[in-house]
Design a protein around this ligand. Structure first.
Ligand code: G
Ligand code: G
Ligand code: MN
Ligand code: NA
Length: 249
């Protein structure tokens, strides 16, 4: 109850903040996108990670206002990063809301954001419950020019069927596969297979959680298109992205 009131107040008073994690070209030379990651700098409890409050927002009916705050703020901040894609995470409960697509389009219009610059990251969770409704919402989103990425790829249990049925532009290979990749040959085989599968289906392939130069070399050799991970950058405030892009150019 108290957390709920706190969170509601934080959303209403703009007390949440967004960090942005760069997504780089596979040679590591160029920032091609950023993923928006919400943070809650709490006056008493310190920085609260999204894993601690997204679930609360979902349970207490706050996920729509929270998500709308995230998307609006992200569009407003990312507008100045011309030619850089903005990736925004979508929670399954948010995605299933009947007004989801209309809200996204309204916020894009209100912020004068280029829909082609926006990419929504969905997880398999959004597809499970009502596949027909999910398919319709995805077609609608794509008809407006917004891109769709399948986040945490490889961790669900029906990924391959989903790739055939649903209109994604990109898969993001989950970072759990990279974690022990050097230690066990099997993870490397799985990552290689996922990258090959994605490419063969005409999808962009992004690998997440890249932390070492060895991982980078491997992911480049197997034909990933984009990389994201602490090797390149953590999530950083918008002002830091400004700085990185100036250095880039
Ligand atoms: O940044 P961090 O590693 O703490 O993120 C943890 C999780 O929170 C990730 O799974 C990420 O997708 C999720 N997350 C971050 N920002 C948002 C957001 O704005 N909306 C939703 N639904 N999830 C988010
Ligand atoms: O579920 P999702 O893919 O949206 O989660 C994104 C989360 O992954 C972010 O919270 C981000 O902090 C985390 N992340 C990104 N790159 C790395 C990395 O290289 N190592 C680790 N451990 N976490 C990462
Ligand atoms: Mn994500
Ligand atoms: Na992920």
């Amino acid at each position: 109850r108290m957390v709920e009131d706190d969170l509601r107040r934080a959303i209403d008073n703009d007390e949440l903040t967004l960090h942005y994690q760069p997504q780089v070209s596979v040679d590591g030379s160029t920032i091609v996108g950023v993923e928006a990651l919400v943070r809650w700098p709490h006056p008493v409890h310190g920085m609260i990670p999204p894993s601690d409050f997204i679930a609360i927002a979902e349970e207490r009916g706050l996920i729509m206002p929270l998500s709308e705050w995230v998307l609006r703020r992200a569009c407003l901040e990312a507008k100045r990063w011309k030619g850089i894609r903005l990736a925004v995470n979508v929670s399954p409960i948010q995605f299933r809301h009947k007004d989801f697509v209309a809200n996204v389009i309204r916020i894009i219009d209100e912020t004068d954001f280029d829909p082609a610059q926006l990419e929504l990251e969905l997880t398999e969770g959004v597809l499970i419950e009502d596949a027909d409704a999910a398919e319709a919402a995805m077609m609608d989103i794509r008809a407006h020019g917004v891109g769709l990425a399948l986040d945490d790829f490889g961790t669900g249990y029906s990924s391959l069927i989903y790739l055939r049925r649903f209109a994604f532009d990109k898969i993001k290979i989950d970072r759990s596969f990279l974690e022990y990749m050097e230690a066990t040959g099997e993870s490397a085989i799985l990552v290689h297979s996922m990258a090959h599968l994605g490419r063969a289906l005409g999808l962009r392939v992004c690998a997440e959680g890249v932390e070492t130069a060895e991982q980078h070399r491997f992911l480049q050799a197997i034909g990933c298109h984009e990389l994201q991970g602490f090797l390149f950058s953590r999530g950083v405030p918008a002002s830091e992205i400004d700085r990185l892009l100036r250095l880039d150019n």
